[in-house]
Every structure is written in C-alpha cells, then in structure tokens.
Ligand binder design. Structure first.
Ligand code: GUN
Length: 291
C-alpha cells in the first residue's frame, strides 16, 4: 500500500505556482487575485475559506475575503458578484457553498462571469469541460487528476468506479476520467443511491473514487486487491477525545481498505489539500488569460 499524500503533492503544485507568480511580477505583470465570499458562520466553510486565503498568501496571490451576514438577501449578493465581475483587478471569484436556504445556488453560480469562475461550477465551464475545450475544472476533481498525475498512476483502459454523482465531484470526475488523454481513458461507472449491486461493481474497479458523503462507507470486502482508492469524504463526526469536539471521517474505512489497495488517499491530508492547490491553479490561469 502506498499513500497518495495530498500534503506533499499540493505543496509541489503551490511551489510551482509561487515561482510562476514571481516570474509574472518580474515581468511587470499583476499577481493573481482571488475574491472569496463567505456567508454566515458555518464552521466547516470558515475552515475551508481560511485555508484558501492562506494558500493565496503562500503562493504570492492577492486575496480578498468578503464576509457577509447569513441574512443577506439574494439581490444584494448578486449585486456584490456583479461588482466583482466588473472589477478588473479580481481574477477569480468563489462563493463558498453551502448557501443559506433563501439564496438560490444556481443563480449565484450563473451570476459569476465564466472568465472568473475558478470553481468551475458555471454551466458554461461545465459544458466546455464536457466538450473537451479549455475550461476551469471544478477544484476537487481537478485536484484528484493532479494527484494521479503526480504519482504516475496508470489510468488508460482501467475501470474507474465513481460513487456519488454530485455536480461538485462525482459527475465531473466521471467525465474527466473518460477523456481521451492522461490522466483519463478510463472505462467509468458512476454509482449512486439507486445503484443495485454496488459491492459487485466496486469489486470490479481498478480505481475507486468515493464521493458520496457517508463516513467509512467503503469497506475492505468491497475492494479488489491492488485497487487505487481516492477518498473524497470529509464528514465531521462528534468525537469527545478531540479538542475541537469532532473528527474528520472520509467515505473509506481506511484501516479496512488500505491493506488491499495499491494506492490510497488518507483523510485528512489527501484530496482536501489538492482541492485548494487546484483552486490556486485555476486562479493563476484566470489571471494569465487576461495578459
Ligand atoms: N463547498 C464544498 N466544496 C466547495 C468548493 O469546491 N467550492 C465552493 N465554492 N464551495 C464548496
């Protein structure tokens, strides 16, 4: 069993970006600028956005954190987004999800200008990605690809089983893994809550992407010997032994699955840091596209 270490790979990606950003500055060009909007006081969202802002500083990007009250109205938020769309200095815009119930996620996603859509959630970004055109890839699946690439994991002709069909992870990674390029060329099966024989399907997988959001769902008896396991889960479960009062659990029962796997991501320290590295890549690309 080998660990797919997201901390090491994300650091390598960020080191490269830092160098490229320094090169931009030496050429008299601007540093990439990410604007992040955080609404309300969701603990997990606070943590993610803080990591994104910290990573911007590490790679030499400018960042603006905009904190808004839970009670902000939808028109007020859309107005703010339009201001950021028109602000030439801002290259990438991110609205941390989930949103308060009274705000339409779809409207927010569609209001961000596609040229600044560093989350890759806008229908134009998704459509471009599906058609194999240059596009912003959503950060989590993009981070998974960067990790597979870093470890030279063979993907051509492999059977990849994706568990989960969310717009953020499951569906886009299924499309990215069957693209006619590396890492890709997989035969992809997408499983979801209505899938019959999930265990039998997982047992046929060379690569499993677990992205369903159910802590420790994937067990050792569902995995073929030598499979590559990517765990996207990050559920907070109560744990009195921790100072924070919770532990982070993946969708994979690591101790049960790891001995059978050839490569496996830990949680935390696997896909999570890669998501942020991928967001930094997208922000750099958004900025460089304006040169
Ligand atoms: N919430 C969970 N994952 C994400 C993500 O990748 N981007 C944003 N904006 N919100 C999220």
């Amino acid at each position: 069993m080998n660990l797919l270490d997201g901390k090491i790979v994300s650091q390598a990606v960020k080191d490269r970006l830092k160098t490229h950003t320094e090169e931009r500055l030496l050429q008299g060009k601007k540093a990439p600028h990410l604007a992040a909007i955080l609404i309300g006081n969701n603990g997990a969202s606070e943590t993610y956005v803080a990591s994104k802002v910290k990573s911007c500083a590490e790679v030499g990007f400018t960042s603006t954190l905009i904190r808004l009250e839970e009670s902000i109205s939808e028109p007020e938020l859309l107005f703010k987004l339009n201001e950021l769309n028109e602000d030439f200095d801002v290259d990438g815009i991110l609205v941390q999800l989930p949103l308060p119930k009274h705000i339409s996620e779809q409207k927010v996603i569609e209001t961000i200008h596609p040229s600044k859509d560093v989350d890759g959630f806008h229908p134009e970004s998704v459509g471009r990605m599906v058609q194999g055109l240059p596009a912003f890839y959503p950060a989590t699946p993009y981070g998974i690809l960067l990790m597979l690439e870093h470890y030279n994991i063979e993907t051509k002709g492999k059977h990849a089983v994706v568990i989960g069909r969310s717009n953020i992870v499951g569906r886009p990674i299924s499309i990215m893994l069957n693209k006619n390029e590396y890492p890709g060329n997989c035969t992809v099966t997408v499983c979801h809550s209505h899938t019959h024989n999930l265990k039998e399907i997982c047992l046929q997988a060379d690569i499993i992407i677990a992205a369903l959001g159910r802590p420790e769902f994937l067990k050792g008896d569902m995995v073929k010997e030598g499979a590559v396991i990517v765990d996207v889960g990050i559920t907070r479960v109560p744990d009195a032994s921790k100072k924070s009062g919770f532990a982070i659990k993946g969708d994979v029962d690591f101790n049960d699955v790891a001995p059978k796997s050839s490569y496996i991501t830990p949680v935390p320290g696997g896909v999570g840091p890669m998501t942020i590295a991928a967001l930094m890549m997208n922000t750099f690309k958004a900025c460089a596209a304006k040169d």
